[in-house]
Design a protein around this ligand. Structure first.
Ligand SMILES: Nc1ncnc2c1ncn2[C@@H]1O[C@H](COP(=O)(O)OP(=O)(O)OP(=O)(O)O)[C@@H](O)[C@H]1O
Ligand SMILES: [Mg+2]
Length: 476
């Protein structure tokens, strides 16, 4: 009957696990809460929510027992060559057969939901699948099997999706990491990976994760936010965009600084759109996220060591090699370690126009982070020498921030102007001014120029970017 995928024709089996409950046997009926069971008459809304919850629980129960049977009955090796359509049909038939045997009748909606969930379990990432498909979700954060948070429009919210138990969650984690040839176990309790759709994945399992496995997923967006989108979202103004265009086109070395999830990579990606199409750009990342639009782009991704501790290719290795590949510009997704030395050197020696991001809360901190990284890389040089290296390498720091209300803004554009004694001197050209907060928590503020004219104005003009003096004038 299901010859293409079935190992053996499914036979009726008595005592099937997950036998239906009394409520489940009534066709299409969801369990109801009766007035006698509740002390006060609940509102219609509460009743509906309760019905919905029970319906979901029942579907989960059914899913578990049918899934177990599917794994036994499906010929897993045939799955790989199957089309999505035929596999869905196959699963629907097996599920319907199992439901008949269990004498469970479901309405059409529940049946479709069950089939989809079964398909996601067999072929995809189970409960994570609908969240991965939901375009409005940016991040998925799993804190143990029962708490899955999602970030929508900058706000974290608890989703109503759950895993059955820790084993279920571990099975999905295992599926993800084994697909990229890695494994997590007591010896290696955490791992970075990339999902098939390009999303960034990190997990940590017990006992290091105390209350159940922790998973974080940064969803990959095919359509990255462009400069105009960011302006429309209020991340920065048209004037700031014009300034940034001049800065990138005139090959300033730029660092995008920001906290975690503040929009650093998004900003870097958007800035890269100003790079001229004839330039050769090499990108280096731990997890390839950048999507440059130029035709001449070489992408590199570092690789962690394998289980035996061998085969690691670090960002620094990639960067050193990149310098031999005749790049016009080098973009490092995030500078977080010893590659800082080569990055600064590249910026100082003819690869101007290079860009990277750094984890820091303000431009001053970004410089301190650079100093710390240089020191940690084991380079011994006097502080002043190190600072003057940094000052001559970096031209501009763009600060990305995620504000309390979830909005992401470019809170500062700061130029590095040189050294004063032992100190790196900087000047802020644009900033976000916070003016107050609305009762609903929304932050009131505006972007403003500081009144300081860019120290690169002459360079901008010489390169054909004659920015009007008015963009540097502050609103008072
Ligand atoms: N201005 C913005 N408006 C709305 N969403 C944004 C904005 N900037 C970034 N995002 C979204 O926020 C999420 C985080 O952005 P991004 O990956 O750029 O952050 P990040 O600082 O690089 O994070 P990490 O520190 O984890 O690398 C992404 O899903 C992105 O699409
Ligand atoms: Mg990033």
């Amino acid at each position: 009957m299901f010859s293409r995928f079935s190992k053996t024709p499914a036979s009726p089996r008595p005592g099937t696990p997950g036998a239906p409950t009394a409520a489940a046997t009534a066709p299409g009926a969801a369990p109801r809460v009766t007035a006698a069971q509740v002390p006060q008459k609940p509102s219609a809304e509460a009743l509906a929510a309760d019905r919905d919850k029970k319906r979901k629980e029942r579907l989960t129960e059914l899913k578990v027992s049918i899934h177990r049977r599917l794994l036994e009955d499906l010929n897993l090796s045939a799955l790989e060559s199957a089309t999505e359509q035929s596999l869905k049909q196959e699963i629907a038939s097996l599920a319907s057969e199992a439901l008949d045997e269990m004498s469970v009748a479901l309405n059409k909606e529940d049946r479709l939901a069950l089939n989809q969930e079964l398909y996601d379990e067999v072929m995809g990432l189970g409960p994570l699948e609908p969240l991965l498909k939901d375009e409005t979700i940016n991040d998925i954060l799993v804190n143990g099997p029962k708490r899955i948070f999602v970030e929508r429009a900058g706000k974290l919210e608890l989703s109503d999706v759950t895993f059955r138990d820790e084993r279920h969650l571990l099975r999905i984690i295992d599926k993800i990491v084994s697909a990229v040839g890695r494994r997590v176990d007591e010896q290696n309790p955490y791992c970075d990976a990339r999902l098939q759709d390009g999303s960034r994945f990190n997990c940590m399992i017990p006992p290091i994760a105390v209350d159940g496995s922790l998973v974080s997923i940064r969803k990959f967006k095919k359509d990255k936010l462009k400069i105009q989108d960011l302006v429309n979202f209020g991340a920065f103004t048209e004037e700031m965009a014009a300034y940034l265009q001049a800065a990138v086109s005139c090959r300033l070395n730029i660092i995008v600084s920001g906290g975690t999830g503040s929009g650093k990579t998004t900003t870097l990606n958007a800035l890269s759109s100003f790079i001229d199409n004839h330039e050769r750009v090499l990108t280096i990342e731990d997890t390839a996220e950048l999507q440059l639009q130029q035709i001449h782009v070489g992408r590199m991704e570092s690789r962690p060591a394998n289980v035996e501790g061998k085969g690691a290719v670090t960002q620094r290795d990639c960067l050193r090699n990149a310098l031999r590949m005749r790049p016009d510009r080098i973009i490092v997704g995030e500078t977080r370690g010893e590659e800082v030395i080569d990055m600064l050197q590249a910026m100082n020696t003819g690869h101007d126009g290079s860009m990277t991001t750094i984890h820091a809360n303000n431009p001053r901190d970004a410089i301190s982070r650079l100093e710390n990284m240089v020191a940690l890389a084991g380079i011994e040089m006097p502080l002043k020498a190190m600072r003057s290296q940094i000052a001559s390498a970096v031209n501009l720091i763009v600060q990305a921030s995620r504000l309390q209300d979830g909005t992401r803004r470019m809170t500062s554009i700061t130029e590095i102007t040189g050294m004063e004694g032992e100190v790196i001197s900087m000047q802020e050209v644009f900033r976000f001014e916070r003016l107050g907060i609305e009762p609903n928590g929304r932050i009131i503020g505006r972007f403003n120029a500081t009144g300081i004219r860019s120290s690169y104005s002459d360079r901008f003009r010489q390169w054909g970017f004659d920015l009007p003096a008015s963009i540097y004038e502050p609103i008072v």
